[in-house]
Ligand binder design. Sequence first.
Ligand code: ADP
Length: 136
Amino acid sequence: MYKTVLVPIDMAHLAEGKANVTLAASYGAQGAKVILLNVVEDIPNWAAIDLPAGLLEKSVESIRAQLQEIAKASGSKMDVDVRTGHSYNTILEVAEKSKADLIIIASHRPGLQDYFLGSTAAKVVRHANCSVLVVR
Ligand code: ADP
């Protein structure tokens, strides 16, 4: 059983994310901390200049609200973390800082079954210092 379980969720593929949240509840020990994490990819400055002011902040708030709903629906107490940055670097950084002992991640986006591992999942598996459950 694990004490701190990190569940990175891609908001474009919520069904897989929700399934992993259910798994997290059963892999965590009694009183385990479960963290739902989404990483909003940084928009390069040259592209951001044409976007309405505050768009990134609004996206972060909207994603936070969606993750809070998922946490609430799980019936267990879960933490929600939304960050901007590169997905795999940020997932690894949050895993280190929170001392996660398990990361639960989907293997790839739906429909890409021919690929063994997606790009984010592959980097997390290769570089994480804790156990990683890859869900196919
Ligand atoms: P693909 O390359 O097929 O899109 P990925 O490796 O990027 O596959 O995605 C697999 C899993 O990695 C996702 O289901 C999710 O668990 C995690 N993931 C990917 N992108 C993000 C993100 N921006 N924030 C949080 N988790 C992510």
